[in-house]
Design a protein around this ligand. Structure first.
Ligand code: NAP
Length: 439
């Protein structure tokens, strides 16, 4: 039997498990290990709560977890409860698919002031992630600056702009819904250091901003290059730019504005004990489309800054980590050369780019390499060995059946109009397991 440990049960982890099943059939056992008692990683805690159709992909993952060759082993932290070296002794192959859960720092003066919040924390907060449930973002100011022109910036702006009834059908955390209901934020400034042609936003997500109940996008028509230059863009980007041009042409009159600022690079966060303003420098593009400062500066008063400038993986002791790229050192998903038995997939391998589905070919490619590197299993103990080690250390791992009990309890305690109310505390999750799914 071939034993594979997949660390991280988000999309990359599940696609890797699926690829193991397709490639090795009955001759494989896969343990999907997660530090949380619950599975699904980015789908549970990263995808916006009002994007339930994207979250529905978990049905497919549940199918994978339901196969007898696959186990979910939750509530186990690799590096604390068990080391990578120990896992290497137990399994034929280890795949790191821990994603990129940490924020890239902004790296400007004042970025450590209270009220400067990274998107991992802010998104984790409204999604009920156990690490960020107590974040309490300052929502009492009139203006919030969101740094970055990617899809996460759009998610953050939309969540800040929506009214309670627009969250109908979403699984936004109750604490976030309550706090947003009291929010004083009326202006959300989206800061991009380059121009409309360089945005990293996709059309569907951008289009949603045109249909909000009380908020409307505000775009300065003078930010655009001549319209004929749009023809040089790829079709998706052209569509996004057309949407932006539409926003610029038809300003809706609504009480909350989502103000797109282009050619505006953050230079300093100003404030004494908390954020009071963000200082930006006007930029222009150089010949390689990079943003260069013009020396012209402006201070935008704001009570909170949310940075949506990309994520980084978290290093695991014993594994080479590329600080600059924020991911594990690897060659085509292989860590430490052929024969190491170590691989990585998803954002831990590529960095934080692409959609959920981009992780599928990633997982399959890693398993192809695994099949080449390890034509024969080495007779290792696999999950049975892990179980005895965890039992000896008093670690209470959760199974997929335990997760189903937690999920039943989350569904049972949901507010009206919401599919679930997530537990935001690991102790409550474990209590739901003990209670057999009772909330
Ligand atoms: P992203 O797509 O890489 O966008 C990051 C943005 O931050 C870019 O506009 C970038 O500008 C800017 N930026 C980076 N460093 C900066 C700095 N020091 N100062 C100012 N601006 C800076 O990252 P993301 O929005 O976090 O998204 C991550 C991935 O998840 C993407 O692939 C995204 O499409 C995906 N995602 C998809 C969805 C969806 O499909 N609904 C939702 C959320 C996320 P430059 O271009 O100038 O570097």
């Amino acid at each position: 039997m071939r034993h594979v440990a997949v660390i991280g049960s988000g999309p990359a982890g599940f696609y890797t498990a699926e690829a193991c099943l397709k490639t090795f059939g009955a001759q494989v056992r896969v343990d999907l290990i997660d530090r949380l008692p619950v599975p699904y990683g980015l789908i549970r805690s990263g995808v916006a709560p009002d994007h339930q159709s994207i979250k529905a992909v978990t049905k497919r993952y549940a199918g994978v977890a339901g196969e007898e060759q696959v186990r979910f082993v939750g509530n186990v932290t690799v590096g604390r409860d068990v080391s990578v070296e120990e896992l290497r002794g137990l399994y034929d192959a280890i795949v790191i698919s821990t994603g990129a859960p940490a924020d890239r720092p902004l790296g400007i003066p004042g970025d450590d002031l209270p009220g400067v919040i990274g998107s991992a924390a802010f998104v984790g907060w409204y999604n009920g992630h156990t690490d960020f449930a107590s974040l309490a973002p300052p929502l009492h100011g009139h203006t919030v600056a969101v740094v970055g022109h990617g899809n996460v910036a759009l998610d953050v702006a939309r969540i800040l702009a929506k009214l309670a009834h627009e969250f109908e059908g979403s699984d936004i955390a109750a604490h976030a819904l309550d706090a947003l209901g009291l929010s004083q934020v009326r202006r959300i400034v989206l800061l991009g250091r380059r121009g409309p042609h360089q945005i990293a936003m996709t059309p569907k997500e951008l289009g949603e901003l045109g249909h909000l109940a009380r908020a409307a996008p505000l775009v300065d028509p003078s930010a655009f290059p001549p319209e004929e230059v749009d023809a040089t863009l790829d079709p998706g980007q052209r569509k996004s730019v057309a949407l932006l041009r539409g926003f610029a042409a038809e300003q809706q009159d609504k009480p909350v504005t989502i103000d797109f600022r282009f050619f505006a690079a953050p230079r300093e966060v100003l404030g004494t004990n908390e954020v009071e303003a963000i200082r930006i420098e006007r930029t222009r593009l150089d010949a390689d489309d990079r943003a260069v400062g013009t020396g012209e500066r402006e201070d935008i008063p704001c009570g909170m800054v949310v940075t949506c400038i990309g994520y980084r993986s978290i290093a695991i002791p014993g594994l080479d980590y590329d600080e600059k790229l924020g991911r594990f050192v690897n060659e085509e998903g292989r860590i430490g050369g052929a024969g190491s038995g170590l691989y990585c997939a998803g954002w831990a391998r590529r960095g934080p780019t692409g959609t959920i589905g981009t992780n599928r070919p990633d997982g399959f490619q890693v398993v192809e390499e695994m099949a080449r590197d390890l034509p024969e299993p080495a007779g290792k103990p696999g999950g049975a060995g892990l179980d005895s080690l965890l039992a000896a250390r008093g670690v209470h791992a959760t199974s997929f059946a335990d997760w189903q009990q937690i999920e039943a309890a989350e569904i049972a305690r949901a507010r009206e109009g919401s599919p679930r109310e997530k537990f935001t505390d690991i102790a409550d999750m474990m209590a739901a397991v003990e209670g057999g799914g009772e909330a």
